[in-house]
Design a protein around this ligand. Structure first.
Ligand code: MN
Ligand code: MN
Length: 319
């Protein structure tokens, strides 16, 4: 039997402003037996009860889908043709409990256990950054400890937030404590702004992470940096976690905790394209908050960065 290869609905089959908005106008696959055929699944996790300032990421998955309708199949810069060799679909949202964080985290982990058991590589539409913890917990069971490329204005290594151990700013401290990460294969890019102590980013460095503060990225191409990143995180499975607030609020204002002096959209593309060749086993794009995104540009950027992630997955052919 020929391999099934779902294709995004073309602009001549249904106007791009019409139809039901799935990620990239792909089929929405719900049946377990059809999910089994998939290589990659776009998954939404509409959580925002882990945010510390402005909320609204619960609307992220829906709006990223709405802003993804322009994306065509072929990457004209890199030649990547993801739909030529991988079976890809939108597998819908995880039905989180918006009143109970512990319960939400449990539901997310269980959902990803199932996704991974079905052999689907998840690309996640967030949701606040809390969601990466249960995803990494599920991934540990499938792949063992993973390397990590983490783009963010923040290190997200707080011990607690307002006394809570699970929140969007504690994700990677918990991930280290729970032994989910191969700490010598972790890079954090774009960190900036103010801390509570001058040592705030050094907790990461003490774990073995390579920390690339935003200032190290200013005024230059990040393509050379990515050579170093590949050498650091390679040699095993790697997860890619992209917090949209890593990008400057000039381009990505629709987020809960914006920080000035951030990365450009071009640098974001250089980072993701620079992940080509890594053994990527999943990725997420988190912290898009549509209520603060008056132009839709932040969701548009999020949708396109998820497409760029798709283009660097193992098994993607290039033309
Ligand atoms: Mn974050
Ligand atoms: Mn952040």
């Amino acid at each position: 039997m020929d391999k099934i290869l779902h294709q995004p609905l073309g602009g001549n089959e249904m106007p791009r402003f019409g139809g039901i908005a799935t990620m990239m106008r792909l089929p929405h696959i719900q049946k377990t037996e059809e999910k089994r055929e998939l290589d990659v699944g776009f998954v939404g996790v509409p959580l925002d009860i882990g945010t510390s300032l402005r909320s609204g990421t619960r609307f992220g998955p829906r709006e990223i889908r709405a802003q993804s309708v322009m994306i065509r199949p072929y990457n004209m810069a890199t030649g990547a043709a993801p739909f030529d060799s991988l079976n890809i679909a939108d597998i819908g949202d995880v039905p989180i409990n918006t009143f109970n964080m512990a319960e939400a985290i449990r539901i997310i982990e269980e959902a990803y256990d199932e996704i991974l058991d079905l052999g689907i590589l998840p690309l996640t539409l967030g949701g606040d950054h809390t969601i990466t913890l249960p995803i990494l917990r599920a991934i540990k069971k499938k792949h063992g400890k993973v390397g990590l490329v983490h783009i963010d204005a923040h290190a997200d290594v707080n011990d607690h937030m307002f006394g809570e151990k699970i929140a969007h700013g504690t994700t990677f401290r918990r991930a280290v404590e729970e032994d989910l990460l191969d700490c010598d294969r972790v890079v954090q890019i774009g960190l900036r702004a103010q801390g509570y102590t001058a040592e705030d980013f050094n907790w990461s460095r003490k774990q073995g992470f390579r920390v690339v503060q935003a200032e190290e990225c200013w005024h230059k191409s990040l393509t050379p940096l990515m050579e170093e990143v590949r050498a650091k995180v390679g040699g095993g499975p790697v997860y890619l976690s992209f917090d949209i607030d890593g990008i400057d609020p000039a381009w990505a204002p629709g987020t809960g905790t914006p920080e000035i002096g951030g990365l450009t959209t071009i640098q974001a593309m250089e980072i993701i394209r620079g992940c080509q060749g890594l053994e990527l086993i999943g990725g997420d794009l988190v912290e898009v908050s549509p209520p603060y995104d008056t132009t839709g540009n932040t969701s548009l950027l999020g949708a396109n960065l998820l497409y760029e992630m798709l283009c660097v997955l193992p098994g993607v052919q290039r033309r």
